[in-house]
Design a binder for this molecule. Structure first.
Ligand code: HEM
Length: 465
């Protein structure tokens, strides 16, 4: 994986390196003090994003929140995201959606494990369950729709619409994972190897049509006085009435697409890494479960409001984000002006990669056992103030952190509370990392499981609901 190769280069040549990726100048930063200097003193200078040709179509010409450079468009999107989508107030309002989706996942696992027990465990495709959970959660927050799983709810999308959406998502992640030489050897962009550009144009059209359909449906329902439930699209359309320019359809579409693409494989990948770590560390799994049993009991399934009382569960999540930050080099930044970092001159237009993964494993900060999974290192505030940036820092810091922490902790807690888990074989779960700017497990996680006898009543209750 790129972050590992670059870490090896940094170990040999120094923590601030100027590299060339084909025609692009890239600075690789692997030292906490230098990274902090970039993201505090020079935060505004490094707040641009590089315009990578492979992302042009799928980012609507670099106009989505994650792809847009620092400027009026980004500031408007970021303000709306912070105030109207991810504020504590808005997140509290969508608590029911997250609880509903996590229960939906638990119900699915419970159904699939009918008759299973320790001697005849069922098999879970953890990656798929986590992905569907994350995607259903953001889709319901954006649009009020669940696109994956059995849906007894009449208000859900038709099966044709759901399949069209799923095809769009599959295509996006297939293209997203592909390596993109044209980003670094511009002449290749002229040839369109494998028809990648044409695929991206088609996909971009489908995505914009999906987002516009949501807007049109919400508008039509509001005009007809039909109750819709609170959704992000509905909220933003209400704002549009008083400020049509800041909340134009184009802005709403950009937000729908930004959140759909940044809010799914990030949370689900983290849930998958956390479960893999717990399967390899049964003592930590037992400790997390004992804590949940003590605080929540076994009569009901845990809720978001329990999370502040489950510190060990939160340490497991933090330790997962330290060892396996899903974006190990954040997202690429780019400098808008000449500046100097750690005594080196960095010209304008340089792409910046912050290797947070390497910094999370720095023995000078985390001790000799920095590579070991140990949620205990956070107990009693022992790691307070230690350098860890899985969500980035400064202007470009992830705006979805609060949502992600809730979804990941709730899903993980529910897995641990409701089911017994075992590895598929005797050997440890393969922890090989995939490659790319977001790093999933190379081998999708599968695990054996069965319902905990103590939780069967609570699980039956959600089955009957
Ligand atoms: C465990 C889960 C997640 C992790 C580890 C994560 C991490 C990150 C990181 C490292 C960045 C780039 C920061 C930088 O460039 O310096 C980022 C950006 C972003 N994230 Fe997240 N993220 C997660 C979940 C989410 C969720 C659930 C959402 C929304 C539903 C979200 C929305 C965004 C957006 C919109 C950006 C772009 C912000 C900008 O460029 O201004 N993320 N995230």
């Amino acid at each position: 994986p790129l972050h590992r190769s670059l870490a090896a280069l940094a170990a040999a040549h120094g923590p601030v390196l100027l590299l060339r990726f084909g025609s692009r100048r890239v600075v690789h930063v692997a030292h906490p003090a230098a990274a902090e200097e970039c993201l505090t003193t020079h935060d505004a200078t490094f707040a641009n994003r590089p315009q990578l040709p492979s992302a042009r179509h799928l980012s609507n010409g670099y106009t989505t929140l994650g792809s847009s450079s620092y400027g009026p468009n980004w500031r408007n999107l970021r303000r709306i995201a912070t105030v109207d989508v991810f504020s504590t107030h808005r997140l509290l309002r969508s608590t029911g959606i997250r609880a509903g989706e996590v229960r939906h996942m638990a119900r699915r696992l419970f159904k699939d494990a009918a008759g299973a027990d320790a001697s005849r465990p069922a098999s879970a495709d953890v990656k798929t369950r986590a992905f569907e959970l994350a995607l259903n959660t953001v889709a319901r927050m954006i649009a009020g729709k669940r696109y994956y799983g059995d849906d007894e709810d009449d208000s859900g999308p038709s099966s044709v619409e759901a399949e069209r959406f799923r095809a769009m998502v599959r295509e996006y992640f297939a293209m997203h994972g592909a390596s993109n030489l044209q980003d670094f050897v511009p002449v290749l962009a002229l040839v369109d190897i494998g028809g990648v550009n044409n695929r991206a144009i088609r996909l971009s059209k489908a995505r914009n049509e999906w987002a516009q359909r949501l807007i049109d449906e919400h508008r039509a329902a509001a005009a007809a006085g039909r109750e819709q439930g609170k959704t992000m699209v509905g909220d933003l359309l209400e704002m549009q009435a008083s400020d049509p320019e800041a909340y134009s359809d184009k802005v709403i579409r950009a937000l729908c697409l930004s959140i759909l693409q940044t809010g799914t494989d990030t949370s689900s990948g983290t849930i998958e890494w956390a479960m893999a770590l717990l399967l390899n560390h049964p003592a930590a799994m037992a400790k997390a479960r004992a804590e949940i049993d003590e605080v929540v009991g076994t009569v009901r399934i845990l809720e978001e409001s329990d999370l502040p009382n489950l510190p060990y569960l939160q340490f497991v999540v933090r330790e997962t984000l330290r060892l396996h930050p899903i974006a190990p080099m954040l997202a690429p930044h780019e400098s808008s002006a000449d500046c100097s970092v750690a005594g080196y001159d960095i010209p304008a237009g340089t792409m910046l990669l912050f290797n947070v993964h390497t910094m999370h494993l720095d023995a000078r900060v985390w001790g000799e056992d920095a590579e070991r999974f140990s949620p205990e290192r956070f107990e009693g505030g022992k790691s307070e103030g230690k350098w860890m940036l899985p969500f980035g820092m400064g202007r470009r810091q992830c705006p979805g952190e609060g949502l992600a922490m809730r979804v990941v902790s709730l899903a993980l807690g529910t897995f641990v509370q409701c089911f017994e888990w075992r590895r598929v074989g005797d050997e440890e779960v393969d922890m090989t990392e995939g490659s790319g700017l977001t790093v999933p497990k190379a081998v999708p996680l599968e695990a054996l499981y069965w319902p905990r006898p103590k939780m069967v009543l609570a699980l039956r209750e959600i089955l009957e609901r």
